[in-house]
Design a protein around this ligand. Structure first.
Ligand code: PEP
Ligand code: MG
Length: 576
C-alpha cells in the first residue's frame, strides 16, 4: 500500500480503480506538419475558432441545464477568450513573421499567455491561466483533427489527471466518475468548483500522480482528510467501504429533510443558514437547503491579490451572492483582517499579540477609505437582494456609532449620485468579545441584529489562543464561562426584540444545538454541509424541554459536566 497526501478540492470518499490520463504532447504532432500558405494557415486557425465556439456553446447549454447560470458563465468566459482579438493578432503574427503553421503558432501563443498569467502573484489569475490552457488544447485538437473528448470511461473509475478543465468535466459521463486526483488545481479553481457542485470527491496538488499511479490500480480517495491510498490493504479498504456505506445511508436520510421547516416538536421555528467565503459557495448553501447566509466572510475577496479590490470588483461579488440567494437573507461581514489573516500588499506592523491587536474595524476606522469602499459596494449590492451588513470585533458603542455614521454618509452620497441601494438595509454586529457580550443589552439599542462569533468569543473569554495546539484542550465553548456569555447576549437580544444569531462553529455542533435552542437563539449559521444534520436534531427536540436542560446546564461548574448532561439527554431522545 502507498499513501500520498493531497489538498481537498471537493469533499467525499471514493473507492475504485484509477484511469490515468496523461496530457497530449501536441508538439509531437505539429512538428511534422508542413507549412502551407500564410492564407491557408490563417483560415485553418479561423475555422478551428469557429468549431471550438460551437463546441463550447454546446457545453454551455448542457451546463446551464444541469448546473444553472453561474456555472454556465464559465463557458461564456471561454467563448470570450476565443473571441479576444489579441489571440488572433498574436497567432497571425507567428504565422506571418515566424513562418509557423497554425497549430505551432497557437501552441506558442497559448504557452506564452499561460506562463504570463501563472507567474502573476494572484490566485484568481493563476487559475484563469488554466482556462487559457483549456481553450488552447481545444483549438489544437480541432486544428490537428484529434478527438476533443480525452476521457473514455467504461466503468466507474477515479480519474488521475494533470489538470481537469471545466469543459472536460462538462463532457464527462459524471455517473462514471467516482473521484478525481489531479496534479494541478486548487480550492478556487473552476474545476474544483464544478467538482463540488456535482459532489465528486476530489484531491489536488498530488505532484507525482501521473508518474506513480498506473491505470487499473485500486485506490481509496479520502477527500475528507486529504489522503490517497494506492493498492490499499484489505483492512483499510473494508474500513473505508464501511465509512462510505454509512455516509450514503446518513446522507440519504438527510436529503429527505430538504424543504421541511426547521421547527421543534412543540412548534418553535428557527432559521438555519450557511457560512460562505466566496460567491460560488452559494451552490453548496442552496444544495443543503440553508435558508440564508448568516456569514459571508469577505476577507477572501481581499486575499491572494496584489492590491485592495476596487469598489466595482467587490460590488460584483456581493451582488452575485445577493442575486443568487433570491431574496433570502444574506449577512455580509465587513473586512476582518489582522489577527491570523494577513494581506500581502498591506503592511500590518509586527505585533506582540496580533489577536489583541490592529484588526478588523480597528483598521477600518483608522483608514476609513477601506471601509468606505467596501460599504459602497455592499450598499450597491443591497439593491439586488436581502443584504444585511455586519461589523466584526466590536467592543464599544462608539465603534458602532462611527461605523454607522460612515455608512449613512455613503448612503447619502449614493443617493445624490442616483445609485440604487436598499434604504432599509439592516446593520448588525458580531458578538465575539467579552465586552460585546456583557454590553449586549446596551449595544442592542443601536443595531438591527447580532450574530455571536463563538470562535473568537471562546478565545477571548478563556484567554486561549484559538490556533495554539499546545493549549487546544483548554479551548472549549462548553466552558460555563463562555456559555454564560452566550446566554447573556441572547437574552439581551430577545429583550430588545432584535434577531439573535450565531455564526461561530458552535452553531453547527450537534451537542450545542439543544443549549442554543434552549437559550432562545433565532438563527444558526454554519458550514453548509452541517445544515441538514442540525435540522435533523432540531426536528427531534422539544423547545420547552430544551429550555429546562439549558437551565440545568447553566448551573454546572465545568465544561465536561455540561457535555455529559447534553450527551445523556440526546441519547435519551435517541438523537445520538
Ligand atoms: C467567530 O469568531 O466565531 C467567527 C465566526 O469569525 P471568524 O471565525 O471569521 O473569526
Ligand atoms: Mg471572529
Amino acid at each position: 500500500m502507498r499513501e500520498i497526501k493531497g489538498v481537498v478540492a471537493s469533499e467525499g470518499i471514493a473507492i475504485g480503480r484509477a484511469l490515468v490520463v496523461k496530457p497530449i504532447n501536441f508538439k509531437n504532432y505539429f512538428k511534422g506538419i508542413a507549412f502551407e500558405e500564410v492564407a491557408q494557415e490563417k483560415s485553418l486557425f479561423k475555422s478551428a475558432i469557429k468549431v471550438s465556439q460551437e463546441q463550447i456553446e454546446e457545453i454551455r447549454l448542457k451546463t446551464l441545464k444541469s448546473l444553472g447560470e453561474e456555472k454556465a458563465a464559465i463557458f461564456e468566459g471561454h467563448i470570450m477568450l476565443l473571441e479576444d482579438e489579441s489571440l488572433e493578432e498574436e497567432v497571425f503574427e507567428e504565422i506571418e513573421t515566424n513562418g509557423k503553421n497554425a497549430a505551432y503558432a497557437v501552441d506558442s501563443v497559448i504557452d506564452r499567455q499561460f506562463i504570463e498569467l501563472s507567474q502573476i502573484d494572484d490566485e484568481y489569475l493563476k487559475e484563469r491561466a488554466f482556462d487559457i490552457r483549456d481553450i488552447g488544447d481545444r483549438l489544437l485538437k480541432n486544428i490537428l483533427g484529434l478527438k476533443v473528448n480525452s476521457f473514455e470511461l467504461e466503468n466507474p473509475q477515479i480519474l488521475v489527471v494533470m489538470d481537469i478543465t471545466p469543459s472536460d468535466i462538462a463532457q464527462l459521463d459524471i455517473t462514471k466518475v467516482l473521484g478525481i486526483v489531479s496534479v494541478h488545481g486548487g480550492k478556487t479553481s473552476h474545476s474544483a468548483i464544478i467538482a463540488r457542485s456535482y459532489g465528486i470527491p476530489s484531491l489536488c496538488g498530488i505532484s507525482q500522480a501521473l508518474e506513480t499511479i498506473e491505470s487499473g490500480e485500486k485506490m481509496v480517495l479520502d477527500a475528507q482528510n486529504g489522503m490517497l491510498f494506492i493498492e490499499p490493504s484489505s483492512e483499510l479498504e473494508v474500513k473505508y467501504e464501511k465509512k462510505l456505506e454509512e455516509i450514503k445511508i446518513f446522507q440519504e436520510r438527510l436529503t429527505l429533510l430538504k424543504g421541511k421547516e426547521t421547527i421543534t416538536l412543540d412548534g418553535r421555528k428557527v432559521l438555519l443558514e450557511g457560512n460562505i467565503g466566496v460567491p460560488s459557495d452559494i451552490a453548496n448553501v442552496l444544495k443543503n437547503d440553508a435558508e440564508g447566509i448568516g456569514l459571508f466572510r469577505t476577507e477572501f475577496q481581499y486575499m491572494d491579490r496584489s492590491a485592495f479590490p476596487t469598489e466595482e470588483e467587490q460590488f460584483q461579488s456581493y451582488k452575485e451572492v445577493a442575486v443568487g440567494m433570491k431574496g433570502k437573507p444574506v449577512i455580509i461581514r465587513t473586512l476582518d483582517i489582522g489577527g491570523d489573516k494577513e494581506l500581502s500588499y498591506f503592511d500590518i506592523p509586527k505585533e506582540e499579540n496580533p489577536f489583541l491587536g490592529w484588526r478588523a474595524v480597528r483598521i477600518c476606522l483608522d483608514i476609513p477609505e477601506i471601509i468606505r469602499t467596501q460599504l459602497r459596494a455592499l450598499l450597491r449590492a443591497s439593491a439586488f437582494g436581502k443584504v444585511k451588513i455586519m461589523f466584526p470585533m466590536i467592543i464599544s458603542k462608539s465603534e458602532i456609532m462611527e461605523l454607522k455614521a460612515i455608512a449613512k454618509e455613503e448612503m447619502a452620497k449614493l443617493g445624490a449620485e442616483g445609485i440604487a441601494y436598499d434604504k432599509e438595509v439592516e446593520f448588525g454586529i458580531m458578538i465575539e468579545t467579552p465586552a460585546a457580550a456583557v454590553m449586549a443589552d446596551v449595544f442592542c439599542q443601536y443595531i438591527d441584529f447580532f450574530s455571536i462569533g463563538t470562535n473568537d468569543l471562546t478565545q477571548y473569554t478563556l484567554a486561549v489562543d484559538r490556533g495554539n495546539q499546545k493549549i487546544e484542550k483548554l479551548y472549549n465553548s462548553f466552558n460555563p464561562g463562555v456559555l454564560k456569555m452566550i446566554d447573556m447576549s441572547i437574552r439581551a437580544g430577545r429583550r430588545a426584540g432584535i434577531e439573535t444569531g450565531m455564526c461561530g462553529e458552535f452553531a453547527g455542533d450537534i451537542k450545542s444545538v439543544v443549549l442554543l435552542l434552549g437559550m432562545g437563539l433565532d438563527n444558526f449559521s454554519m458550514s453548509p454541509s452541517s445544515v441538514l444534520k442540525v435540522k435533523d436534531v432540531i426536528l427531534k427536540l422539544n423547545y420547552e424541554e430544551a429550555k429546562k436542560i439549558t437551565k440545568q446546564a447553566l448551573q454546572l461548574e465545568e465544561a465536561h459536566e455540561v457535555i455529559e448532561l447534553v450527551t445523556e439527554f440526546l441519547k435519551s431522545k435517541k438523537i445520538i
